[in-house]
Design a protein around this ligand. Structure first.
Ligand code: TXA
Ligand code: MG
Length: 322
């Protein structure tokens, strides 16, 4: 049985569930996460099982503050600077793991690094009360779209997890940006909710993760974020039997199921709407989804990244991340 409560009514039950090694879907400003106590090997194993996630793909550990993060990772000056400036927020830092600090080995999938994030809101409050980080991937079956509504989590994972906390739609709507810090070098492993240029204004130029580089970002190697339908990008108009994901003001009316990511052409609004609208169109009865051109500035880079992965039809059935 999977319970569903709003974040206020369900907080105490969520905490008790986490304390006994259970799984709770928790809203963050980016997407809903599937949380478990990151220090419990048994609890973390349940995350991989519920999502059908391969064991080689490590999880983000969510902390309640910078002090908690320091218990588990080595922070150099750059890491300190980025955490001070952008936490709480949609930025994940991959840092050297402190050995024997008590993180369940499955969280880092055996790597000597750990991905840490201080999120905004109830996820951080739960970690604070628990006294331990919460391991949490996005709360979807591996390879599916990330959930930005409690209803997405319920339709995908009900029966496999203990509790869903509902806080309405997520504010950012895309997963966190992931930056790996090694000595003086910062590498952007995943475009996400914090624009590259914003991070670079503090960190200087970021290295781009080489597409061939093994296990830099284990979950980013193959297609994922896949709707069931084929996705066609940069489409000026929908074709026959296609649903249409539009962006910006429209001067033509098409005879197709249409969602508009942002009528005014606002990229932050588009990010917030992306996964829910893809999800709607995926269930619209159309045979494919045509997506209009979306600019790549700011958070548009992350929107285009997710759409490219969604369109990667050839690898659709090999999706590993979620
Ligand atoms: O916004 C987010 O980041 C959401 C919310 C719930 O915080 N979480 C999320 O988690 O998107 P997930 O598991 O769907 O994506 C985490 C990504 C994966 O691609 C994983 O491979 C990568 O982070 N990752 C985790 N630990 C890593 C590490 N030590 N080194 C490199 N990549 C790592
Ligand atoms: Mg995911």
């Amino acid at each position: 049985m999977t319970d569903l409560f709003n974040i206020n009514d369900g907080f105490t039950l969520a905490l008790a569930t986490l304390r006994r090694g259970g799984l709770v879907a928790v809203p963050t400003e980016t997407v809903y996460g599937l949380a478990a106590d990151a220090t419990s090997e048994r609890a973390v194993a349940r995350i991989f099982e519920a999502k059908g996630r391969p064991a080689f793909n490590p999880l983000i550990a969510h902390v309640s503050n910078i002090a908690m993060a320091h218990r588990f990772a080595e922070f150099n000056d750059m890491a300190r600077l980025l955490a001070d400036r952008f936490w709480p927020g949609p930025l994940t830092l991959v840092l050297p793991l402190k050995p024997r600090a008590g993180i369940a080995p499955a969280v880092t999938a055996g790597h000597q690094t750990i991905a840490l994030r201080h999120p905004l809101g109830v996820m951080a409050s739960l970690a604070e009360e628990l006294g331990s980080p919460l391991a949490a991937p996005s709360a979807n079956s591996s390879g599916q779209l990330s959930p930005t509504l409690a209803a997405h989590v319920a339709s995908d994972l009900a029966g496999k997890i203990d509790l869903i906390l509902d806080n309405g739609p997520c504010e950012v709507g895309l997963e966190s940006s992931i930056v790996k810090i090694e000595d003086d070098q910062c590498t952007l492993l995943r475009e996400g909710g914090l624009a590259r240029s914003t991070i670079e204004s503090v960190a200087g130029p970021l290295q781009r993760a080489g597409s061939g580089s093994a296990i830099q970002a284990p979950g980013m190697m193959l297609a994922h974020y896949a709707p069931r339908l084929p996705v066609r990008l940069n489409a000026p108009a929908p074709g026959k039997n296609e649903a249409f994901l539009a962006f910006g003001p429209q001067d033509e009316n098409f005879n197709a199921v249409t969602r508009n990511l942002s009528l005014t052409g606002n990229l932050n609004e588009a990010a917030r709407n992306l996964f829910a609208m893809l999800n709607d169109l995926d269930n619209s009865g159309a045979q494919a989804i045509a997506v209009q051109f979306i600019p790549t500035d700011g958070i548009g880079a992350a929107i285009n990244d997710r759409l490219r992965r969604a369109a990667h039809a050839a690898n659709r059935h090999e999706a590993v991340d979620g």
